[in-house]
Design a protein around this ligand. Structure first.
Ligand code: HEC
Ligand code: HEC
Length: 193
């Protein structure tokens, strides 16, 4: 009987040690993951992986970007695409989805710096992390080509895009009443008539 108790104590101790070792590695992994998605300037909390992520995207604040890029459509937050995608878009402004966009090099540089610094791959927002995971190594030129974004809108009746108030899925602010604020929660969606 005494022997038996001793073995149980050994077993429990062994399990405890193993779980401590495992925990140390798990923390290390979380730490690394956080670094990959985070801009360098933000401070690091030691909580759980998801707790320290921003719930919302940063509202768009760059005046040059607004003037140059929000004339024809919604001013998409930089955090909706990886920096490589933004650069691809800016390199093709002579044929921007059938439109020719003229801007002087200084303007493009300002926009490109703003988009790159705040892009999805440099963001700690939950949505950006999901976008990066969903893309893998793909570099789309459309937010509406991101698998995660498509999945989230799969159930929309295609007929709604015939409504003039909507037109296309790219018209985020038509349905997301808080899109300007960088909030895309499903409880702030209102599909216009
Ligand atoms: C002259 C009008 C015009 C201007 C100015 C303009 N765009 Fe566009 N943009 C378009 C059109 C048209 C589309 C295609 C929309 C569609 O397919 O529904 C588009 C699509 C996009 C998309 C993809 C949207 C999607 O479907 O997910 C992005 C991103 C984008 N533009 C970024 C920019 C940026 C960055 C600038 C500024 C450098 C800019 N646009 C300026 C007309 C414009
Ligand atoms: C025609 C209306 C419509 C347009 C346009 C639209 N959305 Fe949505 N979106 C919805 C609806 C409805 C849902 C909720 C789906 C659900 O209940 O799961 C949604 C869900 C989402 C979600 C997931 C929210 C969550 O809490 O899980 C994201 C992110 C999102 N949209 C981003 C965008 C972006 C970015 C654009 C523009 C490129 C866009 N949406 C354009 C209607 C729209």
């Amino acid at each position: 009987m005494k022997n038996c108790t001793r073995y149980i104590i050994y077993a429990i101790s062994l399990l405890l040690i193993l779980s401590l070792i495992f925990d140390a590695f798990a923390d290390d992994d979380r730490y690394r993951k956080r670094h990959r998605y985070r801009g360098g300037s933000q401070k690091i909390n030691d909580d759980n992986d998801d707790h320290d992520r921003d719930d919302y995207l940063k509202p768009m604040t760059n005046q040059t970007y607004r003037e140059t890029c929000a004339e024809c459509h919604f001013a998409y937050q930089p955090e909706l695409l990886p920096s490589a995608a933004w650069l691809k878009i800016l390199n093709q402004l002579d044929d921007h989805f059938g439109e020719e966009i003229e801007a002087d090099p200084d303007t493009i540089k300002t926009i490109s710096d703003y988009l790159e610094t705040n892009a999805a791959d440099n963001s700690s927002a939950r949505l950006s992390v999901k976008i990066m995971r969903s893309l893998g190594s793909r570099v789309p030129t459309k937010i509406t080509d991101i698998p995660y974004i498509n999945r989230k809108h799969h159930e929309l009746n295609p007929a709604v895009f015939k409504r003039e108030s909507i037109g296309t899925l790219a018209n985020c602010a038509a349905c997301h009443t808080t899109a300007e604020k960088g909030i895309y929660d499903d409880d702030a969606v209102k599909i216009p008539k």
